[in-house]
Design a protein around this ligand. Structure first.
Ligand SMILES: Nc1ncnc2c1ncn2[C@@H]1O[C@H](COP(=O)(O)OP(=O)(O)OP(=O)(O)O)[C@@H](O)[C@H]1O
Ligand SMILES: [Mg+2]
Length: 446
């Protein structure tokens, strides 16, 4: 509405006063694209710097042991400098654009004022007409100037919003409110079959981790998974716990497809111990009873005995109520593993899964512990991954993994005669044992 009125009042003055508007709009539009690009790079660089800081803190012990403080600090400093440079470019460009805009609108105002006064002096316009014209003009230029300066601010915010939406668009693992409901582990376990049916899985576009894996573990029996490093053993366990979903094939728990179950419903039926040891800040008792529904003193005593933790408990100043971690008692790697193992046993779920859960414990103790554990858990389905092939002998079935495929499945004695790969692993392990401890190897083979 305003521009036609201005042209109606004085078309020459209107043309002169509006001549700067297309120019300032063009400058703002052109600069906003550049500002957006710099802001995007700055946000990415900032995110990378923060990830590096978190990684460096999480791995502080490795950084110290390798004496790489200087390198790690240098990496973070370089990323911080790059972020700062990009942010300065973006802010500097915004400042230059606003100066350019002010200059163009200043020149336009000077021309407009000069022409207005000339018109008044040669009486082609009255002073009242000029003042009315100026008032109308402010109605137009005010919002247009604000809009063009908003344009660059909007580009910076759009980058942040874009990154925020990337996270908001991620699909939640659990879609219902049930995540926040207390989850009771299935006590007094009902053993059921675990079946992998033609399962293939790949972590990314490059190379498959599992190829057409099929096997069935009957309910209440024990399965040992063996194979070289990178053979896909932990990937099998990840899929079983629904940490990932296979691209093809299916996993059935007691005949029910894992695809139909929420991850939390899968995990509440099982107790899993990973290669990474998960102790929390708190007392030994809190660590043992984390996620454990029952408080059965007799069961706790039996589990402590099987996990060879009685000696540790009696040596601690406050027994089970001793504080663990930085502010309390420091426990060794093997002790930590046994605490986490005891927690899994105390959960009494239908399925017990151990992924090299005893790898930090010496071979002799590990063998005895595993035998006692399997004797105690006879009614549960137990799946354990092990690098110490001799412990596979204690299981009802052995699964031999090789380059992501099943190389053999059966009892230990059958596999020794049918699977070349298993025999090779067994012999290699026996040779290592003999080299380390000839007496033990003799006893083991007797
Ligand atoms: N998070 C991941 N992202 C991409 N590839 C992965 C990931 N985890 C494992 N892989 C790859 O998948 C393959 C199988 O790995 P997996 O961890 O299952 O082996 P593994 O048999 O458990 O080995 P190890 O005995 O060393 O623990 C390997 O080639 C590995 O490089
Ligand atoms: Mg593994």
């Amino acid at each position: 509405m305003v521009p036609p009125v201005l042209f109606y009042l004085n078309w020459k003055l209107a043309a002169l006063s509006l001549i700067g508007l297309p120019l300032t709009t063009a400058i703002s539009l052109g600069a906003s694209r550049l500002v957006r690009r710099y802001a995007k790079h700055a946000a990415e660089s900032n995110a990378e710097m923060q990830s590096s800081q978190i990684d460096a803190l999480a791995q502080i012990r490795t950084v110290k042991l390798l004496c790489t403080e200087h390198e790690v600090f240098g990496q973070i400093r370089d990323l911080a400098s790059a972020t700062l440079r990009l942010q300065l470019k973006s802010t500097g460009l915004t400042a230059v654009v606003s100066v350019l805009r002010a200059t163009v609108s200043g020149v336009a105002t000077a021309l407009f004022t000069w022409y207005g006064w000339v018109s008044i002096l040669n009486q082609s316009m009255t002073l009242g007409g000029f003042l009315a014209f100026s008032a109308y003009l402010r109605y137009l230029t005010g919002p247009v100037t604000s809009l063009s300066s908003l344009l660059t601010d909007f580009q910076v915010s759009a980058v942040s919003l874009g990154r925020l939406f990337e996270y908001l668009d991620l699909k939640p693992e659990v879609t219902s409110q049930s995540l926040y409901a207390p989850r009771v582990v299935q006590a007094s376990p009902v053993a059921y079959d675990v079946e992998f049916r033609d399962v293939s899985f790949s972590y990314g576009p490059t190379g498959k981790a599992l190829h057409s894996v099929s096997f069935v573990v009957p309910g209440g029996s024990t399965l040992a998974i063996v194979g070289a490093s990178g053979a896909g053993k932990s990937t099998l366990i990840r899929l079983l716990c629904k940490m990932d979903v296979p691209q093809t094939g299916d996993i059935l728990l007691g005949g029910e497809s894992i695809r139909k179950l929420q991850p939390i419903d899968v995990r509440s039926q099982m107790s899993a111990v990973w290669q990474e040891i998960g102790l929390i800040r708190g007392t030994l008792r809190q660590n043992l009873l984390l996620g454990v529904p029952t408080r059965d003193a007799a069961r706790l005593k039996a589990v402590l005995e099987v996990c060879r933790l009685e000696e540790l408990v009696s040596s601690l100043p406050d027994g089970l109520d001793s504080q663990l971690g930085e502010a309390g008692v420091r426990v060794s790697g093997g002790q930590r593993q046994r605490i986490v193992l005891a927690r899994a046993l105390l959960r009494e779920s239908a399925l017990l899964i151990l992924d090299e859960a005893t790898s930090n414990i010496d071979g002799h103790t590990e063998s005895a512990l595993l035998r006692d554990l399997l004797a105690m858990e006879q009614q549960r389905t137990v799946i354990y991954v092990t690098h110490r092939v001799h412990t596979a002998e204690y299981a009802d079935f052995v699964l031999v993994m090789h380059h992501g495929s099943v190389d053999g499945f059966g009892t230990h004695s059958t596999l020794l005669s049918t699977s070349l790969h298993y025999r090779g692993l067994w012999k290699a392990h026996a040779a290592i044992e003999q080299a380390v401890d000839p007496m033990h190897a003799l006893v083991g083979s007797a």
